[in-house]
Design a protein around this ligand. Sequence first.
Ligand code: AMP
Ligand code: ZN
Length: 470
Amino acid sequence: MKLFNTLTRQKDEFVPITPGEVKMYSCGPTVYNFFHVGNARPFIVFDLLRRYFEYRGYKVEFVQNFTDIDDKVIAKANEEGVTYDVIADRYIKEYYVDAEGLGIRRATLHPRATETMDAIIGIIQKLIDKGHAYAAPNGDVYFRTKSDPEYGKLCHQPLEDLQAGARISVGEQKEDPMDFAVWKAAKPGEPSWDAPWGKGRPGWHIECSAMVNKYLGQTIDIHGGGLDLTFPHHENEIAQSECANGCTFANYWVHNGFLTIDNEKMSKSKGNFFMVREAAQAFGYETIRMFMLSAHYRTPLNYSEESLRMNKASLERLYEARNNMEFRISKAPDGGMSPEEAEKLAALGAYKQKFIDAMDDDLNTADALSAVFELTREVNGYMAAHQDATAAFLTAAHALFMELTGVLGIAQRREEAADPDAEKIEALIAQRAAAKKNKDFAEADRIRDELAGMGVTIKDTRQGTQWSRA
Ligand code: AMP
Ligand code: ZN
C-alpha cells in the first residue's frame, strides 16, 4: 500500500515497524462545541484508513485525543459560569453522537489531555533535563527551537522563513521568537495542575507528544491530521518527541486536504461553517460520509447543497441495490450455483481487485467507490436478466457488496428492517396479493393507495411485491 507522506512529499510504500501491525495517532477535536463538517473530514479519513488496514489483515492500534483544556474551553466555561470539565464532558458526549452517526468507529483509545498530565509532565521534564526546554521566570516553560537542528523538516520551510514569521507576544518570556510554550503558568481563575516548575497547564502541542509516547510508544507508524496542523502543531510535536526520545517520532505523516465552502476553508473563526449536527438533519449522517468518500482525501472538497444532494442520491442507489439483492435472496430457488453463476461470480472478483488497487493507491476512495458502483450495476443487470438466479449466487454477490461497502462504512444500516411500520406494511401487501388473486382489483388499488399514503412505494416483481420508503 502506498501513502502520501508529508515528510518525504511523495507516495511511499507503507512498511510497518512490526509486520502485521499498525500504530497510528490522529489529532482529535478541541471539545468546546459541536464539530463542523470540516472537522469531520479527518475523523472520517482516519477512521477509513484504520478500517482499511484492518480489512487487509493488520492489527491496528489507533489513538485519537480530546483536547479538553485550552483557551477556548476555558472561555466557554467562563461564558456559562461552569467549570471547564462540564464543557469538555458535554462536547465529548456530543462528539460520540455525531461520530457514531457518521460511521466513525471508536478509536482504540480516546485519551483526554487532563488525564495524561503525568506523561505530559514527564516529557517536559525530559526536555528540560536535556536542555531542549527551559522554565521562564514567569513559570511558563518553552521549547528551545534552535536546539533542534531538524526543526522545519515536516513543513519543508527554511528556518529563516519560519523565523521571519515568529513573534514574541505580550506576557511571553521566550529566549527566541521561534520558541513555543509546552507549559503555561497558572493564571488567576484558570484551572491548573502541579508541576516541578510551578502550577499551570500544558501547551497544545505537548499533549499529543505525551499521548503518543504513553499509549503507543516512542516511534509510531502513522500520524495524521488536517493539513492546517502541519505547521506549527505537527512540526512542534516532532521536535518535542524526537528531542526527548532521540528517535524518529512517526514514519508516515498523513494530512487530509481542506473541506471548503465557496472555495474557502471551512473554519469556526471565519464563521463559514455548518455543524455536522445541522447538516445531518438536512441530508442524513451517512450522506455526509458518502460526500467525504467521493473525493480523494488530499484534494480540497467543496461543501454545497447540490453536492450533498447528489451524494444522497448515490447512497440511495446503493441501498436500493442492496434491498433488491436481499429481496431476491428471500424469494430465490434453493440449490447449488449453476456453472454460469459460478463464472459470473468469479468475474465479479475483478471489482474487488479494482477496489483494493484503488485503496492501496493512497486511499483513493473515489475510484474505490466507482468499483462498488460498477459491481452494483453488474449484479443488477444479471438479476434482471436471470429471474431464476439461485440464492447461492445472490448471497455470494450480496456478501461481496457488503464486504466492500463495509470497508467504506456505508450502506450497512438496516433501514427497512428498522421501519416501525414494517409489520403493518407486510400485512397490507399480503392483503393486496389476496385481493388480486380474487380479482378484486378495486380493493388491491385501495391498498396500494393506503400504502402510498403511508409514504410506501411498492413494486411488483416476478418474485412478489417489494416495498420501499419514498
Ligand atoms: P480542531 O478541533 O479545530 O483542532 O480541528 C480538529 C481537526 O479538524 C484537525 O485535524 C483539523 O486539521 C481539522 N480541520 C479543521 N478544519 C478543517 C477543514 N476545513 N477541512 C479539513 N480539516 C479541517
Ligand atoms: Zn496533535
